[in-house]
Design a protein around this ligand. Structure first.
Ligand SMILES: [Zn+2]
Length: 177
């Protein structure tokens, strides 16, 4: 899992290590694993029960299909629930955080405002895909969305359509919270 978002240099080292047992490659891998060890296991348990089956959309089903389509079902340890982000937002501007990912809990939260029949499934898939990318590609200092994440996001089949839908419907979503 950890290596899915690794830089080319590290993935190359993984190949060299597996194929040839290369010692220098082993060092590169060791450094990478040490730097990402917090991702091996959730560092705190999830508080409270998870709600995956909404009125209109089933998140565990969406997570499974996004995982299969874009990650070869390799993401095996991420949880999902309908819920609001627990930490308050820094800004007071009117906004809505439609999805969030907590690395310490390995938990994706999807805002309950999206559990509406008029919210298309591809849009929910896009939110889940984006949050899964946060799991695969960790934030770097100063950027929650490193270039690798921004680039991978465009692999989403309905990327432009999802962005357009959000722009068109954000007012409706805000009013329905
Ligand atoms: Zn994000």
């Amino acid at each position: 899992m950890m290596f899915l978002g690794a830089p080319e240099r590290v993935r190359q080292a993984l190949v060299e290590y597996i194929v040839r047992g290369d010692r220098r490659a082993s060092g590169v891998l060791g450094d990478f694993i040490a730097a990402n060890s917090d991702r091996i296991r959730a560092s705190r348990p999830v508080a409270g029960p998870l709600h995956t089956r909404g009125v209109s959309h089933d998140l565990s089903e969406i997570l499974a299909s996004v995982n299969a389509q874009y990650f070869g079902s390799l993401v095996g340890d991420v949880l999902i629930t309908w819920g609001r982000r627990t930490r308050p937002q820094e800004t007071k501007r009117v906004s809505i955080k439609l999805g969030s990912y907590s690395a310490t809990e390995r938990l994706i939260r999807v805002h309950p405002a999206l559990d509406r029949h008029w919210v298309p499934r591809y849009f929910l898939s896009y939110i889940v895909f984006h949050e899964l990318l946060h799991h695969v590609i960790p934030a770097v200092p100063g950027s929650l969305h490193p270039p690798a994440l921004v680039q991978r996001e465009r692999e989403f089949r309905y990327y432009e359509r999802a962005l357009a839908w959000e722009q068109k419907n954000i007012g409706r979503l805000l009013r329905s919270t």
